[in-house]
Ligand binder design. Structure first.
Ligand code: ADP
Length: 731
């Protein structure tokens, strides 16, 4: 992963680990500097504290010195002092000075106050009465004695200023350490003795111990002679040289043959600083101290004050911890921020992606919708979608045009819909139920609707289930085809066919006109004869015969009327439509009609009719016309033969679920070259023929869902067969 970082305004892709390392380094540096700053501040605080401690102690010690350093000088002025020095054996004088020294000693609170002669022998002392009295002891080896003996100037000031005459030593008589201040006893500029005072610094030492921090007083050789740390007493801040050791030994400063060992600490000097670090071994533990060493005014000594460095280390550690914590918090915040930014970026990307997809999808949907709308709008076929309860939920413009109702008027409409034809309401309900029950014929159904303008529109409706995206069936969609024009054409065709059929029938009758005339003339002639006979019987008064003859006339008239009725019925009568009938009835009617023609043609019609002809649905008149045509053609195909040869066979029967009427003759049959045109309108080989008969026959048979076929008859002649389905025809 890389992170974008800007350098001089330019984005620079850095690997994340480099950035992390840089941050970690910065943090470490920051922690280091913060630690050092805190440590240095703490150290400075400690130095200030040490300095004030030193100042305080210096004042304390100076006070002690100042308090006592005048005492020997003052006492040296006593006349008894010089007197005793001159007369050392004078016991009374000795006793007097002893008492005096004791009194002063008690008054000023010093350890001891005593007088030595120039040999160092103690002549009188404040502790004259105590077992470890100095009286009689010789302190010529003591430095303070030597110093006083060698001092030229006299006066407390000089001692205070240059520190001479100030000594710290362990008392050789008492073994108790103390500060010794000496002053020469002079007479006429000559030193005749030395007066010294020993002051205990134990109180100071005790106060130091209570303070806790190590405070030490170090002499000019570096020997610690006063310290809050007892183990450090009489050790040296640096290894003593043999000369120094010898000097101490000679002066018996710290007790007989006292070996001065180096102090149990190690100094870590720091260049250029007044303070330094000391590692001291305390109670078996190495402890670090900040140490400051300052010379003590009015003495050759130095005050060494130490303070535990652990607060500095703690301050450093605390600063580290705080900086680390702050850094960690900052890092955490940065990380959280980064994560947040990343999440925002991801969310932004995701939402942009989502938006893009939604946009794309919307665009697709829009396009698809526009495409479907254009398709729906461009369709001439009406589209209508309905919910499961029949409510219209969609119509296309073609559907609106077809019905004359707007989409607003149609959408939401429940059955009965406004375009339902008032005369077909029952059928509409039936169709609607069939659609909603999923029982509508796949092949579609016809439906007549009423346009809002009032005219009828014939439609063909095809319905399919409406399935949504989840595969749930939630309605029906129907395509509605306007078949009004087709219907009109069909009607026209039907009318024309009917006309043609009628023309055909007329033609047939025309062809049979002479025969019919002859047929009619027979009853008419018979009526004329019967009428003459009737008149004669009337004149003779034979009423019975008259009535009988009139009956004959009536019978002949009825026969003539029957002939005329049948002819008219055949030619003019509108076909009554489909009705129950049998092929035998059709054949019998036709033969009855054709009887005169058959006779005229000197032919014989032989019938072989089915014994139990099934009832079929057919337009009987049209079917009769077919059979009549076939028989007439059969008769006409055999013009020159005798009745024995001119046999037309008419057969009816049932085969393969169909009924048939078969007309066979012994004419020339159908020549191969004629076969192609046989059923074409106006094809005829006869001089007076119209050539419509077979064409009308085939149209009629096919409208009954049947077939008209022919074949040449073995032995000569033709066979024309009509096959009709057995099941009832639905009009
Ligand atoms: P038309 O009888 O007026 O000629 P049709 O359409 O009935 O018209 O017959 C067309 C032609 O078919 C006839 O002219 C005839 O040549 C031929 N034809 C029809 N029936 C027969 C038949 N039974 N035997 C021979 N030829 C036939």
């Amino acid at each position: 992963m890389t992170l974008p970082v800007k350098v001089l305004g330019r984005p620079l892709a850095l690997p994340a680990w480099v950035l992390s390392a840089a941050i970690a380094l910065t943090l470490i540096v920051a922690m280091g500097s913060a630690g050092e700053m805190a440590a240095s501040r703490e150290k400075q605080k400690q130095i200030t504290a040490i300095q004030s401690t030193i100042e305080l102690q210096r004042l304390g010690l100076s006070g002690v010195i100042a308090r006592f350093q005048h005492v020997p000088f003052t006492v040296a002025q006593y006349p008894e002092v010089a007197a005793l020095l001159h007369n050392t054996k004078d016991k009374a004088l000795t006793q007097k000075l002893n008492a005096h020294l004791q009194e002063v000693n008690e008054r000023v609170g010093s350890e001891a106050l005593y007088l030595m002669d120039t040999t160092g022998l103690t002549l009188a002392s404040s502790n004259w009465s105590e077992p470890y009295t100095f009286v009689g002891d010789n302190y010529s080896y003591r430095l303070y004695f030597k110093d006083a003996m060698e001092r030229r100037e006299v006066g407390p000031k000089s001692a205070a200023e240059d520190g001479s005459g100030l000594y710290y030593a362990v008392g050789s008589s008492t073994g108790v350490p103390g500060l010794f201040i000496s002053t020469p006893v002079r007479e006429d500029g000559r030193t005749i003795g030395v007066l010294a005072i020993k002051v205990s610094l134990q109180e100071i030492e005790m106060a130091w111990r209570r303070a806790g921090e190590p405070i030490s007083l170090v002499d000019q050789h570096g020997v610690i002679f006063l310290s809050s740390m007892e183990p450090w007493l009489y050790t040296a801040t640096h290894p003593l040289s043999p000369v120094e050791q010898r000097f101490i030994d000679e002066n018996n400063q710290f007790g007989k043959d006292k070996r001065i060992e180096p102090a149990p600490w190690k100094v870590l000097p720091v260049a250029g600083e007044s303070s330094y670090e000391t590692v001291a071994n305390l109670d078996g533990k190495a402890r670090h101290f900040l140490t400051l060493s300052e010379p003590l005014n009015q003495s050759p000594w130095s005050l060494v004050v130490m303070t535990d460095l652990s607060p500095v280390a703690n301050a450093r550690r605390l600063a580290w911890a705080l900086t680390g914590l702050v850094g960690a918090v900052l890092l955490l915040i940065a990380k959280i921020w980064q994560l947040r930014e990343r999440r925002y970026a991801e969310q932004r990307n995701a939402s942009q992606e989502l938006e893009r997809q939604v946009h794309m999808r919307t665009q697709e949907l829009r396009e698809s919708h526009a495409f479907r709308k254009a398709m729906g709008d461009s369709l001439l076929v009406g589209l209508r979608a309905s919910a499961l309860d029949g409510t219209i939920i969609f119509v296309n413009p073609a559907m609106c045009d077809m019905s004359g109702f707007s989409a607003d008027e149609l959408i939401g409409s429940k059955p009965p819909h406004p375009y339902w034809h008032p005369d077909d309401l029952e059928k509409h309900w039936k169709d609607s139920r069939a659609v909603l029950n999923g029982e509508a014929a796949m092949t579609g159904f016809e439906s007549r609707i009423r346009h809002s303008a009032g005219h009828d529109v014939h439609t063909m409706v095809y319905t399919a289930p409406l399935i949504d995206a989840d595969g749930k069936h939630n309605g029906w969609i129907s395509s509605v085809v306007n078949i009004t024009e087709q219907k009109k054409a069909e009607e026209l065709q039907r009318l024309q066919t009917a006309k043609m059929q009628r023309a055909g029938r007329l033609a047939s009758m025309g062809e049979m006109a002479s025969t019919l005339a002859h047929e009619l003339s027979q009853p008419l002639m018979a009526m004329v004869s019967f009428a003459g006979a009737a008149r004669a019987y009337t004149e003779t008064g034979n009423q019975e015969l008259t009535l009988e003859t009139l009956g004959e006339i009536n019978g002949q008239a009825l026969r003539a009327a029957d002939i005329v009725r049948r002819i008219r019925g055949f030619v003019q009568q509108q076909t009554p439509g489909f009705q129950d009938c049998t092929v035998n009835e059709v054949v019998s009617n036709v033969i009855a009609l054709l009887r005169p023609e058959i006779r005229h043609q000197r032919a014989t019609v032989v019938t072989r009719l089915s014994l139990f002809p099934p009832v079929i649905q057919a337009d009987r008149i049209l079917l009769e016309q077919v059979v009549l045509n076939l028989i007439v053609n059969a008769l006409q195909s055999m013009p020159d033969k005798t009745p024995v040869e001119n046999i037309v066979e008419v057969e009816t029967g049932e085969i393969d679920n169909r009924v048939f009427i078969r007309v066979s003759d012994r004419g020339p049959g159908i020549a191969d070259d004629l076969a192609q045109q046989l059923f074409e309108p106006f094809f005829t080989t006869k001089p007076e023929g119209l050539g419509l008969g077979l064409n009308i026959c085939r149209t009629t048979v096919e409208s009954h869902r049947g077939r008209l076929v022919y074949e040449n008859r073995p032995g000569g002649g033709a066979i024309f067969s009509v096959y009709l389905p057995l099941e009832p025809l639905k009009p």
